[in-house]
Design a protein around this ligand. Structure first.
Ligand SMILES: *[C@@H]1O[C@H](CO)[C@@H](O)[C@H](O)[C@H]1NC(C)=O
Ligand SMILES: *[C@@H]1O[C@H](CO)[C@@H](O)[C@H](O)[C@H]1NC(C)=O
Ligand SMILES: *[C@@H]1O[C@H](CO)[C@@H](O)[C@H](O)[C@H]1NC(C)=O
Length: 630
């Protein structure tokens, strides 16, 4: 064959091959994108969507590291393909977990006038109220930002306020709106207006889309809440300022033409204005008249208790603290159980049996407590809250062995693979599935929008180190029945409880000792009797087999093993690393679950820390300074 013909043939053959490749990979893309329906399957691009089987791990480039995507040992990469069973097939990095993209948080603003002189006590109460407001909105997927007159003054229209001779209340309203319009699209909420509904409430979901056709106000909420985009707010303020009747108006809802507003039902919001306070919560209203500082503190407690009550009502079936492989995991699940016990507590308030203004038919905590159960498998029930501790494979092996003196041969010959995730997903997947599909179901339970709101997963490392580990005192275990029981429930450190408050949207009660005690005794750790038959949940239900209560000595051994395992996982020692690696390779699905949860939790903390860092740069005078002014 003449050389030119030969070259043509090679080119034609090459083109044919490439076309085949493009076609096959584009079919795959269409399939995967149809599932997520997130972005259109555009023309295939080789560098983005190389299917795993075409990947040469050693020569392929890792995806570029995303901003702020590490924390301690954990690192992650956010991508729409997060439901891939094994992260490393996308991240090309053993340690980097693949997480769902972080949801955008639309802004919600509130306005605080910091020019008014306030004494220290008042400032303290105010900052507590602001904190409650921020957490409540944050937990519902918004980005709560506190505005001050600094933002109002940054608006060029601010200078026009003075000469208009309007009433003081209206001027204040205008300052709020000018600050809002300076910032832009989002919600403007009163400090006493909080979302009081579930995360997936339709109105909240709608507002989270941050796409407003028209300026919106809410029936009956008055000044409590508005929504709109920047242009809508700007034009509303401009028009209102030019109104000749300005000096006759009392509030901005009168000043802005009603035709500019679209009116929505405020079903998902609770607004504690003075009118609803006097009408519904007169004990608190009276307290405010008597002693404003004390009264405002009580109001804050009331709001927190309502947020907590709504959460408790959402999960009417109760809390399940997962305890897969229950024989030796009492110490492992202890912190989760402790958190569950705090969550079923009734928050302290003057009006313990009151309901939020928007949900007058709630079930107050004092009348009915949420049951806590400890099943082995995760159940996908929308009215059930799940809390679970995910062990590293090595930790699980040592706990099962009841000693850290394990050998590689023992791991390979005697331990079943991926026993933890197998047990956890048994209820949703049955017994016949392999590790990869279990990992997918697990990730869905942890991190899908549905799952995130109904469960909380930790690795042992996420718990503050003194929890559950602290009972490793040097005390020789004794058989003396008289010896005082060890208190395994070391109180959670304050900063950790704060972290949880951001997650749940309300302050977590600090102890399990409070009113309502007489109705249902607080269970002791490992007190299985309490969990049995609680409020109609049959104890013999599939997956909630009760092992014999571990003895105190057993628990001590478990706690010591946990501590040792934690050290091993982070150890640099060559022999220990090797043992850990063998445990990991033997349990790839368990390991993936553990890494996923570690990264998912770490990212949540980083997201919040970045937000607080950002917020702390602004204070009441618009200048930068180190501390948080609240
Ligand atoms: C986030 O990233 C920025 C810039 O990359 C860095 O300055 C900052 O320290 C990071 N913050 C955290 C909490 O990692
Ligand atoms: C624990 O491991 C050792 C050696 O690795 C083995 O001989 C022993 O049988 C194991 N014990 C249990 C309870 O599995
Ligand atoms: C749980 O149920 C929800 C809604 O029915 C579903 O979207 C989700 O995929 C389920 N999760 C698991 C792990 O089965």
């Amino acid at each position: 064959m003449p050389p030119t013909r030969f070259r043509t043939l090679v080119i034609v053959a090459g083109a044919a091959l490439i076309t085949l490749f493009v076609l096959s990979s584009s079919t795959r893309q269409v399939a995967s994108h149809a599932a997520s329906a997130v972005k259109p399957a555009n023309f295939p691009t080789f560098d983005l969507e190389v299917p795993t089987r075409f990947t040469w791990h050693h020569s392929a480039h890792k995806p570029p590291e995303q901003k702020n995507s590490t924390s301690g040992e954990a690192s992650w990469y956010a991508d729409w393909r997060w439901l891939n069973p094994f992260s490393s097939s996308v991240t090309l990095d053993e340690d980097r977990a693949l997480l769902p993209p972080l949801a955008e948080r639309p802004f919600v603003y509130t306005y605080c006038d910091t020019t008014v002189k306030r004494d220290e006590e008042t400032k303290k109460v105010d900052s507590e109220i602001i904190q409650t407001w921020r957490r409540a909105w944050w937990a519902k997927g918004f980005r709560p930002v506190v505005l001050t007159q600094a933002e109002a003054m940054a608006n060029p229209l601010y200078r026009e306020l003075g000469p208009k001779g309007m009433q003081k209340t209206l001027e204040y309203d205008f300052a709020r709106w000018l600050a809002w319009s300076h910032m832009g699209t989002g919600l403007l909420a009163d400090i006493f207006c909080v979302p009081m509904a579930t995360y997936d409430d339709p109105l909240l979901s709608h507002l989270r889309r941050n796409d407003f056709e028209q300026l919106t106000r809410f029936e009956g909420l008055g000044n409590g809440l508005f929504a709109g985009n920047k242009a809508q707010v700007e034009s509303a303020v401009k028009n209102a300022l030019n109104d000749a009747r300005l000096s006759t108006f009392k509030s901005i809802t009168e000043a802005v033409q009603s035709s500019q507003f679209r009116v929505e039902q405020p079903t998902s919001f609770a607004y504690y204005d003075s009118e609803s306070l006097t009408r519904r919560y007169s004990a608190v209203a009276d307290e405010i008249l008597l002693d404003p500082i004390k009264g405002r503190r009580e109001l804050n407690k009331l709001i927190v208790s309502h947020l907590h009550t709504v959460w408790q009502n959402t999960f009417s079936t109760g809390i399940e603290v997962l305890k897969p492989l229950p024989a030796h995991t009492t110490a492992l699940v202890e912190p989760s159980l402790h958190l569950a016990q705090l969550l079923v507590e009734c928050p302290e308030t003057l009006l313990p049996s009151s309901c939020p203004p928007n949900k007058p038919k709630c079930t107050p905590c004092v009348g009915s407590r949420m049951p806590i159960t400890q099943p082995e498998a995760f159940r996908n029930v929308s009215t059930l809250y799940t809390i679970a501790t995910v062990p590293h494979p090595y930790t699980m092996i040592t706990l099962n062995n009841q000693s850290s003196e394990i050998t590689i041969a023992h791991i390979r010959r005697k331990t079943p693979r991926d026993s933890w995730i197998h047990s956890v997903t048994r209820d949703v997947l049955g017994d016949g599935r392999g590790g990869p599909s279990r990992v997918v179901a697990f990730k869905d339970a942890v991190a899908s929008t549905f799952g995130q709101q109904r469960s909380l997963w930790f690795t042992v490392e996420h718990f503050p180190s003194n929890i559950a580990i602290d009972i490793t005192s040097d005390k020789v275990p004794t058989n003396d029945v008289q010896s005082a029981p060890i208190d395994t429930r070391t109180p959670f450190p304050e900063n950790w409880l704060q972290e949880m408050a951001w997650h749940f949207g309300f302050a977590i009660p600090r102890s399990t000792i409070s009113h309502g005690e007489s109705m249902s005794p607080v269970p002791l750790p490992g007190d299985q009797r309490w969990q049995k038959g609680q409020q109609g949940i049959p104890a013999d239900k599939k997956g909630s087999y009760d092992p014999p209560d571990p003895t105190e000595n057993q628990q001590r051994v478990e706690a010591q093993l946990l501590k040792k395992a934690r050290d091993t996982i982070n150890s640099k020692d060559k022999r220990l690393r090797q043992m850990r690696d063998v445990a990991e390779k033997w349990n790839l699905a368990d390991l993936e679950a553990w890494r996923f949860v570690r990264a998912f939790h770490a990212r949540k903390v980083v997201e919040r820390e970045l937000f607080e860092e950002e917020e702390s740069r602004f204070d009441g005078t618009g200048g930068a300074r180190g501390g948080r002014w609240w």
